[in-house]
Design a protein around this ligand. Sequence first.
Ligand code: ZN
Ligand code: ZN
Length: 352
Amino acid sequence: MAESTSSQAPDQARGPVATLRRIAFLMERQREETRRIEAFRKAARTILPLPEEDVRRRAADGTLTELAGIGPSTAAVITDACNGVVPERLRALEETAGPLATGGEELRARLRGDLHSHSDWSDGGSPLEEMAMTAMELGHDYLVLTDHSPRLRVANGLSAERLTRQLAVVDAVNEHLDGTFTLLKGIEVDILDDGSLDQTPEMLGRLQVRVASVHSKLKMEAPQMTRRMIGAVRNPHTNVLGHCTGRLVTGGRGTRPQSQFDARAVFTACAEEGVAVEINSRPERRDPPTRLLELARDTGCLFSIDSDAHAPGQLDMLDHGAARATEAGIDPDRIVNTWERDRLLAWAASRL
Ligand SMILES: [Zn+2]
Ligand SMILES: [Zn+2]
């Protein structure tokens, strides 16, 4: 496992693009407001295609802010980086950049990838290439890109047509890589009210890993919700049951109680079908709750520790999930993202 970007030497000066990306990464991992972070990502995108000489000249002349997408604070960061200085802003962020959670370090080091992530094709904040690049820097062997399905309009869910286009982009990204890291084709497919999945079977069959999640009618009566979830779990396309209770325990979106269902019946179906129960690492979700996590453990389920990242820095949230899985005493070999890529892919294709 490669060294995590969160543990690089804080006093090490980097080039301007790397400095801007590092600031954005650290802000995202601390869940700072996306709008404030966007300035750094935008500035990095602006100067990335420019010749280094141009950037240095503008830094020296004080004309960086003439470029679209660069304001005074990002210009100051770029100027420091050009001068070989670690910007004060970055220095302050590095001071708080330790592990996000403790107790799960050993398991975290065994995680080879992440099965749940979003790009700006749906409701994520960054291009899929940036997600892939950051996953590589975190030492992952693979990242499954799981943008939302069509019915989730608020999240700009992908139609079969847009998803087809995205798959071609994923192929193009992988062609530029040396094969040690792979961006995998996936989806976070909505579980519809009747337990069917919100994408055509043909399209689902073209993907490598499928996370199925409930995003609507979370207050459905328990018997219907149980049928709905089991319907999705029994669907041979489903590999991972995403954030199973839908609860929100903290954060800017407010709180939301967990949905009601017969967890024993749902987890039994997961164990029978070989569907992994997701341990969603987002601190505002902490899903499943501990009691249900232990029930899934005792029911013999597989698990997937996922970041559900909507920005590159959030990919680092696996620390939280690893800590929870360790605390629950879950055998690492039952956690599918400790597996190497080919084993993972064979498992994901095994019911089709
Ligand atoms: Zn979701
Ligand atoms: Zn998601």
